[in-house]
Ligand binder design. Structure first.
Ligand code: GLA
Length: 451
């Protein structure tokens, strides 16, 4: 595949738009791969840490770190913690939900994660440290509380304004960390009432603590919910959903809330994962949005498929774009594509369609639903050489019409975009053997728009 490097870096620099649910590209034109993430602000730069997912298996390949000065254009720093030769993050282990905090008393960066076996039956919280933010981190093994490993799975972290660091666990268990952040010192909450929630995340606004969770549905999305309290110790009060009920948190799962500084205010920015098992490296995406706080009420009332990071306002990236006429779409076999509700759809493996365009960027608009599968998206240049290829997930439990993919910014020219039905779909089971995911292989497209 040819390289897109310089063009992507140049063209994307000007944009301050967050695109939810579609791949983001780093300065190399490679998909940003940082799931179950967190952001740390340091010296005017933002550092994004996340799971460096693979498309082949769920085994831990490492945690990645990207940096940015605007939270939109990300530069790949490195894999900050690779797979270890043995131990709880060795071969054929799971490593998830990486979180990093700078310890005020030592100046050290401390990284925490959920380490497990591939069946999620050997959970541990592990930790690693580094004297510089962007690694490489040194792994120290399990985090201890009263000399015993903390044996829990989903986790998060929270750093309070007084410098105390906290480890958050599924079900709402909270440990205060020791002065050096290298152990858990006090169990301050033994679980919030009635919560079996996963993906814990916490922030504080105007003296109120907010504690966010998802339900337990493995990689499937659900309506995430929150609690509030006047102090970390509690009492914690359940408040309900923060996104519209039934939207399944706009098809995402909480991972972190980043305090976004704007003027004199700090706005909690929701960071969620739109998982895509088993092809997470290519097809899992991110949902980030500013949240609204009013006393103890937390909300994210409407979905912004794209928004301006500086103005904190939604934008329509298709505005001013040119829709490619349906007549210009070429099918490998037209009989394999059905036209319904103004959309074209196929579930036939190997079936493809192509559109030629002149320009530098094209958006694919389409529908995800319960019957969706993976599409392979290829971009060919004038010489028919492939300059880009990736998988796009057309499955979601709740139907959603939106932009499904925007090509990286290409040097102005003539291209062909090819969409192929792979006959592969996201289907998986959890440890209770419940089956999740799609029941078919549909790729459903509404429009191609030249931007
Ligand atoms: C939940 C957790 C994720 C991961 C998956 C595995 O979604 O929040 O971190 O462990 O389950 O099924």
């Amino acid at each position: 595949m040819l390289s897109l490097i310089a063009f992507v870096a140049h063209a994307q620099k000007m944009e301050k738009i967050v695109y939810n649910g579609i791949p983001w590209f780093d300065e190399q034109g490679t998909i940003v791969n940082a799931h179950g993430a967190c952001i740390v602000e340091e010296g005017g730069r933002y550092y994004l840490f996340g799971e460096w997912k693979s498309d082949e298996s769920n085994a831990f390949p490492g945690f990645s770190c990207y940096s940015s000065d605007d939270l939109v254009n990300w530069k790949f720093e490195r894999v900050v913690l690779p797979m270890q030769s043995g131990g709880i993050l060795g071969p054929d282990r799971v490593g998830e939900r990486v979180k990093v905090m700078k310890c005020p008393s030592t100046g050290e960066y401390v990284m925490y994660m959920h380490a497990d076996d591939l069946k999620y039956k050997d959970p541990h919280i592990g930790y690693a440290t580094c004297s510089t933010i962007a690694g490489e981190y040194k792994f120290h093994g399990p985090l201890l509380y009263e000399d015993k490993p903390v044996r829990r799975w989903d986790m998060g972290t929270f750093q309070d304004t007084d410098g105390e660091g906290y480890l958050l666990l599924h079900g709402g268990i909270v440990y205060r960390l020791g002065k050096d952040y290298r152990s858990a010192e006090e169990r301050v909450v033994s679980g919030v009432p009635g919560s079996h929630g996963e993906s814990p995340a916490m922030f504080k606004k105007n003296g109120t603590y907010f504690f966010l969770f998802s339900n337990l549905t493995s990689w499937e999305k659900n309506d995430n919910f929150y609690y509030t309290a006047p102090a970390i110790k509690g009492p914690w009060t359940k408040r309900g959903f923060f996104a519209p009920e039934g939207s399944l948190t706009f098809n995402s799962q909480t991972t972190f809330v980043f305090p976004l500084k704007r003027g004199n205010d700090t706005i909690p920015m929701f960071m969620g994962d739109r998982w895509s098992y088993p092809h997470q490296a290519s097809a899992a995406t991110y949902v980030w949005m500013p949240m609204q706080v009013d006393g103890t009420r937390l909300s994210m009332p409407e979905y912004w498929s794209a928004w301006d990071m500086d103005k904190l306002r939604p934008v329509n990236p298709l505005q001013g774009g040119k829709v490619i006429s349906r007549k210009k779409i070429k099918f490998s076999n037209q009989a394999e594509w059905k036209e319904e509700n103004g959309q074209i759809a196929s579930n036939v493996k190997g079936s493809s369609l192509r559109v030629s365009f002149k320009g530098s960027r094209v958006a694919v608009v389409g529908e995800t639903n319960r019957h969706g599968g993976y599409a392979r998206v290829n971009i060919l240049n004038k010489k028919k050489e492939r300059v880009y290829s990736s998988l796009v997930d057309f499955y979601s439990k709740v139907e959603d019409q939106a932009i499904r993919f925007i090509t990286p910014v290409l040097p102005e020219g003539d291209y062909t975009l090819v969409i192929e039905v792979t006959g592969v779909n996201p289907v998986w089971t959890d440890k209770t053997k419940t089956i999740y995911g799609s029941d078919d292989y549909y790729v459903t497209i509404k429009d191609f728009v030249i931007l």
